[in-house]
Ligand binder design. Structure first.
Ligand SMILES: Cc1ncc(COP(=O)(O)O)c(C=O)c1O
Length: 415
């Protein structure tokens, strides 16, 4: 029977009769309906940082479900896990006097940060400062702002009129932001969103000094720097958020995914004391927030997951394993299908496929993905590359096996 389930980012004409059921998951592996194990080299969608089935997290979710499974936090209402997680996140934030706004996922976090940037300037008497900037190849989700800011062109096109007052800048050259500011007027830019390492756009590392220079420019022109750490947070780069790695202190950080390792959907924004001040001390109200903001089950999962990441030493593994992963991927650099190997900054990487081969053989990346699957490894085609981002609990031996499997799969898929 044809499925009623419409998959995200899927060609349903193909997928409707040809889907892959994940039946269960344990540690760094997922299992299909025949109980065949696969090493999850993608940590699902870049989020299972702790791995699967961690008892500490599952038990905390169960306990919370029994005590208080749900309740709103609008107005003056709060709950213990939301308070505890906000405090935990604020304590580890690189910004002074941070506040934390919870939402349901990364796209919500982007909406929140973009609206808050504009609202902050309204409250600060600069209501003309409305332009929100993003970088080519960046990905900030699929909501209104995220779609308008999409650096991956096909994600931005075909929806009619999108959000006004947005602009794209070069991916790698920070001076492009300065050029934009000079052409629009230095008092027009409200904020720029920056992924420390661009994830869904194909794993693009920042050029030397990129984030540091963006910080300088934003200060010079009076705009906010919003670091989108939806992928790069919670250990993916070896730190709680990611910008710490570059010694950069932004004005806001968006997060999701790794905060709960995906056990329950949760996202949020960390906001500097300065940006939150008009709201915490000046009487302004931020008329914004999704129904499930501060959801107790999600925040309880977040507390348990963060403690797990900390007590198991998993945060640092994002950096400790990065060279191992890059070496494993480099083993494929000789393949005629591969043009470039990217990685070496955090536990994520990508194999860029030859443009010529993709043109003459459009199914080549999908074939490599399936060759990897048949060898027991889940990997993900993205734009013109295949990306990996294993759980932070991955072992060196698993990463080595991933590298060898790629070598074999590329050979098998080469026609
Ligand atoms: C950097 C970044 N920002 C935002 C998002 C959107 O998050 P969500 O899919 O939870 O809405 C994603 C999702 O992959 C992301 O990678």
């Amino acid at each position: 029977m044809a499925t009623s389930f419409w998959h995200p980012f899927a060609n349903m004409s193909d997928v409707k009769d040809n889907s892959f059921t994940v039946a269960r998951a344990e540690g760094n592996y997922i299992f299909d309906s025949n109980d065949r194990a696969y090493f999850d080299a993608t940590a699902s969608l870049w989020y299972a940082n702790a791995g699967y089935g961690r008892k500490e997290i599952v038990d905390a979710i169960k306990r919370q479900a029994e005590v208080l499974a749900c309740y709103s936090t609008f107005g003056d209402i709060t709950n213990e896990p939301a308070e505890e997680l906000a405090e935990f996140v604020a304590q580890r934030s690189p910004m002074a006097n941070s506040k934390v706004f919870f939402v349901s996922g990364g796209g919500d976090a982007i909406e929140t940060a973009a609206k808050l940037a504009r609202k902050f300037f309204v409250e600060s008497g600069q209501s003309d400062r409305t332009v929100i900037v993003s970088r080519k190849d960046s990905y900030h989700g699929t909501h209104g702002f995220g779609t308008s800011l999409a650096g991956i062109e096909p994600n931005r096109m075909g929806w009619g009129q999108l959000m006004p007052d947005v602009a794209l800048v070069d991916r790698d050259d920070p001076e492009d932001l300065m050029r934009l500011a000079n052409s629009l007027g230095r008092d027009k830019i409200a904020a720029i969103f920056v992924e420390p390492v661009i994830g869904a756009g194909g794993v693009h590392l920042p050029t030397d000094g990129y984030l540091e220079r963006i910080r300088q420019i934003t200060k010079e022109i009076g705009a906010l720097m919003i670091v989108d750490s939806v992928i790069c947070g919670f250990g993916r780069l070896g730190y709680w958020f990611g910008p710490e790695r570059f010694g950069v202190v932004p004005d806001m950080i968006t997060f999701a995914k790794g905060i709960t390792s995906g056990y329950v959907p949760l996202g949020g924004v960390v906001i500097s004391g300065e940006v939150s001040d008009p709201f915490f001390n000046g009487g302004a109200t931020f008329r914004h927030g999704p129904t499930y903001a501060g959801h107790p089950l999600a925040t309880a999962a977040g507390v348990a997951n963060c403690h797990y990441l900390e007590s198991e030493g998993l945060i640092a593994r994002g950096e400790a394993l990065e060279s191992k992963l890059k070496d494993a991927l480099d083993a494929s650099s000789d393949s005629p299908l591969i043009e470039e190997v990217r990685g070496g900054l955090g536990l994520l990487g990508a194999l860029e496929f030859s443009q010529e081969r993709r043109k003459s053989d459009p199914s080549v990346m999908a074939r490599v993905q399936m060759e990897m699957r048949s060898r027991g490894f889940l990997v993900r085609p993205l734009v013109s590359s295949i990306a990996v981002s294993p759980p932070l609990s991955a072992t060196e031996e698993e990463i080595e096996r991933l590298g060898s499997a790629f070598v074999d799969a590329l050979k098998a898929a080469d026609r």
